[in-house]
Design a protein. Sequence first.
Length: 288
Amino acid sequence: MTEVTDAGAGAVVAGDAGQAADTSGQGVVTAFGQTLKTLRVRAGLEREEFGRRIGYSASTVASYEQGRRIPSPRTIERADEVLDAGGLLTVWKEQVERAQYPVFFQGMAALEKTAIELLSYDTLVVKGLLQTEEYMRAVLAMRRPPLDQETIEQRVAARLARQDILDRRPAPLLSFVMDESVLRRRLGGKDVLRGQLEHLLLVGQKRNVEIQISPLACEESAGVDGPFTVVTRDDGKKFAYTEAQGTSTLQTDPQQAALAAARYGIIRSQALTPRESLEFTERLLGEL
């Protein structure tokens, strides 16, 4: 599931989101690395010199060439320029960018890039778009079966890149509601949680971002079916995304997506206001 189309209506389901999904794009990454090495050798540059010109170490260049790390689109553009490749590397940008995400998330990642509105309800962990790097590493390190270190690094880089949505222009409207338990769970330890709460306070001050907390004391919740995300694309079409236990569903049926958006509206109305939520987060921070 690498892109979303309007063909048909219903739910696109992806499964097996474990190691197999993480390595599904390995063929693309390996082929890109081989192309990069061929062009570097043809240009008569050693890894160290080439790395210096694009701003990376020789060992990082080796990782790119061996398909062990995924370069950013900007790095690919710079490499194409330095090697005078005439676009032979930049044609790989989109494929390589998709390969940094697990298969089950590639459709959602594509939607985020064109979203004009994103609504997210979370009950277990802080949304990836709001996570600090330390929190990301703590969460990814807890996956079972364990992810290898290179996969963790790949996912961290991908999540950090996705956070560009927070500062994109024109600014998309971003709304996040999360259960109080999410902010109390000390994943990675007290210091990691403290940094995460401080980050939420900063992000919550952005004019296009609203963060709301659903307190444990709340006696009503329309979110009993679990976390989900509703994305509105730049053409106005809505999609609903859910993910759990190695599977994901991207709902493309307009009626179902509209119902998910309506359900989110109820959840948001039952939560603390954005101002109350910031004050609540400050109190939690003071308790650490």
